[in-house]
Design a binder for this molecule. Structure first.
Ligand code: FES
Length: 101
């Protein structure tokens, strides 16, 4: 596998011990992973999606981080939110409605 242009990191709430204890997975973050994966394929994006441990912004979850831009999004709890973020990546912009940092 070649290094992807974008890395989409979805918080799955894991703590150091491995147990998911935060908010993001309770708000459906991991349920969006298959949708994101399918959208990446459908759009032909050079991107990889993975899940992560807690990103310490639980109150704003589900949290999604886009690298290498280091753009942090919150309240990504729907396919519409994912679409807005993926559209922004493709357009070289940010999805302002979900921006955290
Ligand atoms: S559980 Fe996602 S930021 Fe803490």
């Amino acid at each position: 596998m070649e290094k992807p242009k974008y890395h989409i990191i979805v918080c799955a709430s894991f703590r150091v011990g491995g147990e998911p204890k935060g908010i993001c997975h309770k708000k459906g973050s991991t349920g969006l992973l298959p949708y994101i994966e399918n959208e990446i394929l459908d759009r032909g994006m050079d991107a990889l999606v993975t899940s992560s441990g807690c990103m310490k912004l639980c109150d704003s979850g589900p949290v999604v981080v886009i690298q290498p831009e280091n753009v942090w999004y919150g309240n990504v709890d729907s396919e519409d939110a994912v679409d807005a973020i993926l559209d922004a990546i493709e357009d070289g912009k940010t999805a302002s409605g979900y921006l955290l940092l």
